[in-house]
Design a protein around this ligand. Structure first.
Ligand code: IPM
Ligand code: MG
Length: 369
């Protein structure tokens, strides 16, 4: 198939990891005979340095016209002093999410067989299996609500608005995903959605719970639904992660819980994400940030970005066999013992491979060498 992919390498380790995902996409093109046109555009701090805007008009226009967008990371200490609305995180990432209408963020967190030892959890907890899909609402809540300061700047507020419409459309994505995952979750069980809120305190959470419950009763009675307070969910993620299948939650809770989920799987350097909207396409990015402390050293783990490219193949283009092949290549390479520093055991850290060596290994595995 023909597809037009926009690459947004961005800041910090972004360019290094996106380069490896491009290698892998080229291997997919060769092996499966597709025609992917990939064009790079500036975003984040580098774009600010180039033209005074973290999200130049031309970049946004290219993303809107693309079949899919692959993003590395944005932000870094160099741009921390910019006014809040001009910073890479707000201006580039949040504007992209809202302008492209990407209301659902899928963050799969699983323990790869070869990396069981990298989880900080006890062996018997990991042995029960960790294979969770976090569905995070991405264009609502406190991130996008009205914010401000009092005239004397000694008090501040961030409003957390949610409408039933916003809740229902992301809940639908979670229920559909649970149905699709049925059969591949760790333990044999019916598909399950855990909806996470703070309904004992927040009004938006009460609306969240009512809306999810009503949609479930009307259309998804075959899926098991449980509701859980966010503080309890944070605890259960480390106490008994095997109890989770799909976690559905609002923007800020999802941000926090997905970092926690990534750590129990071993490394945040392994977690991909897909941001989807009503239109086809979407934006694909690792959940980790720009990691300025290791940028330019060639040691960042490119697997989260490579796995994000796999999600792009599956969700944007419907290329399931190709996505499976990339994920299988990652699994095979990990099984053969190849490790970047973040996932190496303390004793093997000195023999860890570089970012580009990991990309090469995945590319070779895909090409069948
Ligand atoms: C993420 C990041 C972003 C978020 C930041 C960089 C704005 O942490 O994608 O999880 O909070 O959404
Ligand atoms: Mg985050």
């Amino acid at each position: 198939m023909k597809a037009n992919i926009v690459l947004l390498p961005g800041d910090g380790v972004g360019p290094e990891i996106v380069a490896e995902a491009v290698k892998v996409l080229k291997a997919v093109v060769t092996r499966f005979g597709h025609d992917f046109e990939m064009t790079e555009h500036p975003v984040g701090g580098v774009a600010h340095d180039l033209c005074g805007d973290c999200l130049p008009d031309a970049t946004l226009a290219a993303c809107k016209a693309a079949d899919a967008v692959l993003l590395g990371a944005v932000g870094g200490p160099k741009w921390d002093a910019l006014p809040p609305e001009k910073r890479p995180e707000r201006r580039a990432l949040l504007t992209l999410r809202s302008e492209l209408g990407l209301f659902a963020n899928l963050r799969p967190a699983k323990v790869w067989d070869a990396l069981k030892g990298a989880s900080p959890l006890k062996d018997e907890i990991v042995a029960r299996g960790i294979d969770i899909l976090i569905v995070r609402e991405l264009t609502g809540g406190a991130y996008f609500g009205e914010k401000g300061r009092s005239a004397d700047r000694t008090s501040a507020y961030d409003v957390t608005p949610y409408s039933a419409h916003e809740i229902e459309r992301v809940a639908r994505i979670a229920f559909d995903a649970a149905r699709r995952r049925h059969g591949r979750a760790v333990a044999p069980r019916p598909p399950k959605v855990t909806s996470v809120d703070k309904a004992n305190v927040l009004e938006t959470s009460r609306l969240w719970r009512e809306t999810v419950t009503a949609l479930h009763a009307a259309e998804y009675a075959d899926v098991e639904l449980e509701h859980m307070y966010v503080d309890n969910a944070a605890m259960q993620l480390v106490r008994d992660p095997a109890r989770f299948d799909v976690i559905l939650t609002e923007n800020m809770f999802g941000d926090i819980l997905s970092d926690e989920a990534s750590q129990i799987t071993g490394s945040i350097g392994m977690l991909p994400s897909a941001s989807l909207g009503a239109a086809k396409g979407g934006l694909y990015e690792p959940i980790h940030g720009s990691a300025p402390d290791i940028a330019g050293k060639g040691i960042a783990n490119p697997l989260a970005t490579i796995l994000s490219a796999a999600l792009m193949l599956r969700h944007a283009f419907g290329l399931a066999a190709e996505a499976d092949a990339v994920e299988q290549a990652v699994s095979d390479v990990l099984a053969s013992g190849v490790r970047t520093a973040d996932i190496a055991s303390p004793s093997g850290a000195s023999s860890a491979v570089s970012t580009s060596e990991m990309g090469d290994a995945i590319q070779s595995a895909l090409s069948g060498f």
